[in-house]
Design a protein around this ligand. Structure first.
Ligand code: ARG
Length: 457
């Protein structure tokens, strides 16, 4: 396909260089944004009498015709075009003639691609935010369902204190709520219009950047034309936000993998989200959770790639910047996919409450409550802590749990122990009493859930 920039040279470059230079294979996904931006540009040019109203009409109709035809499948995006901007402009000129050649007045591909990327990314953020909200809602519904289901809380992956499964799940909802907030923040910062910066220095035409910005839903224009064509900060910011989101996905995925192992047996995943083994007939593997955990690495890699492309890049536009797209698209696609498969998978989780409770009864996870019991009877906490440590060691040596200990056995360690000790170490009571804000009692967890739901609305 002929080059837009043929002139100084005949526009013919060597075949490998052509292939190397071309971006149409990945920037074709900016097609709709390119049309949208071009429509706004033509309308602004006419409003400012830079082109005639009739030329603008022809351009806009031509652009919308191209949009319809590509969407209908009657026009194919030409893979031989240098990039999507070339394809749209050349197709327009083929279709409407001379007027098509006026579209690029007071515009450069530098501000055009900057605009298209911002429009595309804004849309992608809106889509991801919608999916993320759904994921949070699903987690919150599970948390509500399991607000009374007792399980071990862990530190160092060692049984620590009794919590509820609902409390644990709600922790993930809060992480994703912060991710949602970060996406909103990133969207706010990207929502300034770069169009009108032209190549880098602005233009001698009497353009109206505000008008184009408003037509395209931007809050304002990027104030400095050099910055406008050089800036991809919002992509780095987004990929950092997405990396953190994937950190949360991967931590959740890791726990799901652990929980559905025979060793834990805490949950059942629907068969819809597990696979079998080609050789071991008994297997039910949590591939989806594992893959999501693995894809975290891709998104981190995309962030690193983007940072590295921009490091030390002089102002203003450099062709290196074409390399922003594949990393950014890959991160957005990957996160979108992960959220979309995670949501129904989490919805399918069923807790095995008996297994959770059995494990909770085994790890002396009510030992803190036992120490608190003595402290409440006037024993200094540090002394109480030591006494309970000795009791646990005694139990371990004698194959007992705290519940199995007789009252005289307790009293041989400290005379403050009385009959009410058994109520104190009862796991349900341990959970129910942790009413502090953010704590594990069903009442506290209900308040956490209300908080999340209020934030979502
Ligand atoms: N494909 C290019 C990119 O993605 C479009 C901008 C080209 N600008 C230029 N001056 N060659 O960055």
């Amino acid at each position: 396909m002929a080059k837009l920039w043929a002139g100084r040279t005949d526009g013919n470059i060597c075949a490998v260089a052509e292939e190397f230079n071309s971006s149409i294979s990945f920037d074709r996904r900016l097609f709709a944004e390119d049309i949208k931006g071009s429509v706004a540009h033509a309308e602004m040019l006419a409003a400012k009498h830079i082109i005639s109203a009739q030329e603008a009409r022809q351009i806009v109709d031509g652009l919308l015709g191209i949009l319809d035809d590509v969407n209908a499948g009657t026009l194919a995006i030409d893979e031989n075009a240098e990039d999507i901007h070339t394809f749209v402009e050349q197709t327009l000129t083929e279709r409407i003639g001379e007027a098509g050649k006026k579209l690029h007045t007071a515009r450069s591909r530098n501000d055009q691609v900057a605009l298209d990327m911002r429009l595309y990314t804004r849309n992608a953020i809106d889509d991801m935010s919608k999916s993320l909200r759904r994921l949070i809602e699903v987690i919150v519904a599970k948390a509500e369902k399991y607000q009374d289901t007792i399980m071990c809380g862990y530190t160092h992956l060692q049984r620590a204190q009794p919590i509820t499964f609902g409390h644990h799940l709600a922790a993930y909802a809060f992480m994703f709520l912060r991710d949602l907030d970060r996406l909103r923040d990133c969207r706010k910062r990207l929502n300034s219009s770069p169009i009108g910066a032209c190549a880098l220095a602005g233009t001698t035409y009497p353009t109206d950047r505000q008008m184009e910005a408003a037509a395209l839903g931007f809050d304002e224009v990027v104030q400095n034309s050099i910055d406008a064509v050089s800036d991809r900060d919002y992509l780095v910011e987004l990929l950092a936000d997405l990396s953190l989101l994937m950190t949360h996905i991967s931590r959740f995925a890791e726990e799901i993998v652990l929980w559905c192992s025979w060793e834990f047996g805490y949950i059942r995943l629907s068969d819809d989200f597990t696979t079998g083994s080609s050789i071991m007939p008994q297997k039910k593997n949590p591939d989806i959770a594992e893959l999501a955990r693995g894809k975290t690495g891709r998104v981190y890699g995309d962030l690193m790639a983007l940072l590295t492309v921009f490091k030390g890049l002089p102002l203003a536009y450099n062709k290196d910047m074409q390399e922003d797209k594949e990393s950014a698209f890959d991160a957005m696609d990957t996160v979108g996919e992960c959220i979309n498969v995670f949501t129904p998978m989490v919805a399918s989780i069923e807790a095995n409450a008996d297994k959770m409770l059995a494990a909770a009864k085994e790890g002396f996870i009510n030992a803190t409550d036992l120490a608190d019991y003595l402290a409440q009877k006037g024993v200094p906490f540090r002394t109480a802590y030591h006494t309970v440590g000795k009791i646990v060691a005694y139990c371990v040596a004698n194959g007992k749990t705290l519940e199995d200990m007789g009252l005289e056995e307790y009293q041989s360690f400290d005379l403050h122990f009385a009959e009410d000790v058994y109520q104190t170490i009862n796991l349900e009571n341990c959970v129910r009493r942790r009413i502090s804000q953010g704590g594990t009692s069903p009442e506290s967890v209900r308040r956490q859930i209300e908080y999340i739901r209020a934030k979502l609305n």
